[in-house]
Design a protein around this ligand. Structure first.
Ligand SMILES: NC(=O)c1ccc[n+]([C@@H]2O[C@H](COP(=O)([O-])OP(=O)(O)OC[C@H]3O[C@@H](n4cnc5c(N)ncnc54)[C@H](O)[C@@H]3O)[C@@H](O)[C@H]2O)c1
Length: 259
C-alpha cells in the first residue's frame, strides 16, 4: 500500500516535534522540515526509535527551490496527503518597538511560508484529497503582544477559511489550531528576562495552566483524522480557556466570588 505522507514544517521546535511524533503514531510517514539541521535530526531519531517512518529535510520554506525539494522528497516517500504549517516566529513586542523589517519578518514566517507550502502541494492534494492544518495563535484573536505576529496569525486564520471554501470541491480540508501559551524553546528569551513568566501567565487561564506541545499535537491529530471528515475552515483554540474569558475579570465585573 502507498505510504500516506505528512509534511510538517518547523519540526526542530517543540510543537513541531510533538506533532511529528504524534502523526507518526497515527500511521503517517513523516517528512520533517526545518532549517535547523541538528534539532530536526533529533526529532527524526526519536520517531525512528519509536519504530516510525520519518525523514529529515533541511530547507528554508521561504526559498522557491527548497519548496520544490520538499515536494520531490515527499513524493519519494509515498503520497503527500497531509501538510502541517507549523513554522512561525515573533519579532517586535509592540507597534512602537516594531520596524517595518519586523513586520516583513512576521509576514514571511507566519503567512508567506504557509501559503507557499500550500501552493507547493496544491496539485497533489487536489488529486489525493489532501488535508492541511495551520498552526495559528490566540494572538490572531486578541491583543497579547507582538503586533506583526498577531496580524499575520489573524491573516493565517482567514487564509484557512478562504482555502476551505475554494478547495472544498476537491475534497481538500483545511483547518487551523490556535494555541495559547505553550512552554517551548521559543520562550527562552522571555523566560530568561523573567523566570516566573509561565507562573504569571497561568493567572489568566481558566484552567490555570499553560498548554504542553502534546496538547497541540492531539488537536492536529484529530483534525487530520477521519474523525474530522466533516470539519473544514475552522480554527480550534487549544488555549486552556484563554479566549473564553478571564475569571478574575468576571469576578470584578459581576462582583461575585464564584470566579
Ligand atoms: N510556543 C507558544 O507559546 C506558541 C503559542 C501560540 C502559537 N505558537 C505557534 O506554534 C508554532 C511552533 O511554535 P514553537 O514554540 O514550537 O516555535 P519554535 O521557534 O521553537 O520552532 C519553530 C521552528 O521553525 C523553524 N524555522 C524557522 N524558520 C524557518 C524557515 N524559514 N524554514 C524552515 N524552518 C524554519 C525553526 O528552526 C524552529 O525549529 C509557531 O507557528 C508558533 O507561532 C506557539
Amino acid at each position: 500500500m502507498t505510504e500516506q505522507v505528512a509534511i510538517i514544517t518547523g519540526t526542530g521546535g517543540d510543537i513541531g516535534r510533538a506533532i511529528a511524533i504524534q502523526l507518526s503514531q497515527d500511521g503517517f510517514a513523516v517528512l520533517c522540515v526545518d532549517i535547523a539541521r541538528e534539532l530536526n535530526a533529533e526529532t527524526v531519531d526519536i520517531i525512528k526509535g519509536n519504530g516510525g517512518k520519518a525523514q529529515a529535510l533541511t530547507v528554508n520554506i521561504l526559498d522557491a527551490v527548497d519548496q520544490q525539494t520538499m515536494l520531490e522528497t515527499a513524493k519519494t516517500m509515498g503520497a503527500p496527503r497531509l501538510l502541517v504549517n507549523n513554522v512561525g516566529a515573533i519579532s517586535g513586542a509592540s507597534i512602537q518597538e516594531s520596524t517595518i523589517e519586523n513586520w516583513q519578518h512576521d509576514f514571511d514566517l507566519n503567512l508567506k511560508g504557509a501559503v507557499s507550502c500550500f501552493k507547493t502541494f496544491e496539485s497533489d492534494f487536489k488529486t489525493n484529497q489532501g488535508v492541511v492544518v495551520n498552526i495559528a495563535s490566540v494572538n490572531g484573536y486578541g491583543v497579547y503582544g507582538h503586533p506583526g505576529y498577531s496580524a499575520m496569525k489573524a491573516a493565517l486564520v482567514h487564509f484557512t477559511k478562504f482555502a476551505a471554501v475554494e478547495y472544498g470541491k476537491f475534497g481538500i480540508r483545511i483547518n487551523a489550531v490556535a494555541p495559547g501559551t505553550v512552554r517551548t524553546k521559543a520562550w527562552n528569551d522571555r523566560a530568561e528576562k523573567n523566570p516566573k513568566v509561565f507562573e504569571e501567565a497561568k493567572r489568566w487561564y481558566p484552567l490555570q495552566r499553560v498548554a504542553d506541545p502534546k496538547d497541540i499535537a492531539n488537536a492536529v491529530s484529530f483534525l487530520s483524522s477521519s474523525n474530522a471528515d466533516a470539519i473544514t475552515g475552522i480554527c480550534l483554540p487549544v488555549d486552556c480557556g484563554l479566549t473564553a474569558g478571564q475569571a478574575e475579570l468576571a469576578g470584578t465585573f459581576s462582583q461575585s466570588s464564584d470566579f
